[in-house]
Design a protein around this ligand. Structure first.
Ligand code: HXC
Length: 259
């Protein structure tokens, strides 16, 4: 399959696959096609016996600045329900091989959620993590309220989700959201180093261990995700969603009315 919005590379080692999100002009905003391509690439890599570890990255400016607001702007809750993009996210989460997110620049909204869906996160000093959906009149919908809260605790998660504030890589490290922070020129090398360590282990034990750690993390998560999803759809019934997203596209401040 030819991909338009991602690149699949393996220049580091045959056992390490690098998937690069590649919509640089839009800061790698995650449109539906990109997510479908990512799902397909991960399924292929999961089946490829030679590959033992996968790295997902963006570029220095952005891992991903969130789901594509322009694509969502005029959607209704029912449109979203029918598109059912979360099936794609669920498939990505089910990838059996370990995935490392190598993050530089913005990891916001769906971008932060995608990084959190991975198994480990290596970040450049310039990385910024955030769930700014509240600023465009909606809320996180791909696990943000659940995974972020489990990773960093209620206080910081609540602050990030309610104010949309970004945290630095250093803060994310202290809060337990990510594994490592390194200078910008080294973040990809550092992810490859970590992947190399993972590749040296038994692939079977690795698969079982990944499954088990996720089990500890996810018990109760399905219920939380289901709940979150309904509320995410619900936020698209509000006038504030239309206002928040139009304001973003028109490059002006939103005027929220609470309707
Ligand atoms: C669509 C986006 C985008 C996005 C950036 N762009 N983020 N397009 N969806 N999420 C586009 C901009 O419109 C612009 O295109 C170009 O990328 C560069 O962005 P700028 O805003 O000019 O860059 P800058 O001033 O450096 O600001 C960077 C930024 C800002 C702080 C990251 O772009 C921003 O706030 N982006 C939105 C972040 C966000 O709200 N994410 C959550 C989305 S909702 P043009 O053509 O205008 O030059 C979400 C829900 C997930 O993720 C639900 C589950 C799927």
């Amino acid at each position: 399959m030819n991909f338009e919005f991602i690149l699949v590379e393996n220049q580091y080692a045959p056992q390490i696959a690098l998937v690069r999100l590649n919509r640089p002009k839009e800061l790698n905003a995650l449109n539906l096609q990109l997510m479908l391509e990512l799902k397909k690439a991960l399924q292929d890599l999961d089946e490829d016996e030679e590959v033992r570890c996968i790295i997902i990255t963006g570029n220095q400016q952005a891992f991903a600045a969130g789901a594509d607001i322009k694509q969502m702007e005029n959607k209704t809750a029912i449109d979203l329900l029918k598109i059912d993009q979360f099936e794609t996210w669920d498939q990505i989460r089910k990838t059996k091989k370990p995935i490392i997110a190598a993050v530089s620049g913005f990891a916001l909204g769906g971008g932060c959620e995608l990084a959190m869906t991975c198994d480990m996160i290596v970040a450049s000093e310039t990385a910024k993590f955030g769930q700014p959906e509240i600023k465009i009149g909606i809320m996180p919908g791909a696990g943000g309220t659940q995974r972020l809260t489990r990773a960093v605790g209620k206080a910081l998660a609540m602050e990030m989700v309610l104010t949309g504030k970004f945290i630095s890589a250093e803060e994310a490290l202290k809060a337990g959201l990510i594994n490592k922070v390194v200078p910008e020129e080294l973040y990809l090398n550092e992810a490859v180093k970590l992947a190399t360590e993972v590749c040296a282990m038994s692939p079977i034990a690795t698969r079982l261990a990944k499954e088990s750690v996720n089990k500890a993390f996810e018990t109760g998560l399905q219920e939380g995700l289901f709940f979150e999803r309904k509320n995410f759809y619900m936020s698209f019934t509000s006038e504030d969603q239309k206002e928040g997203m139009s304001a973003f596209v028109e490059k002006r401040k939103p005027d929220f009315k609470g309707k």
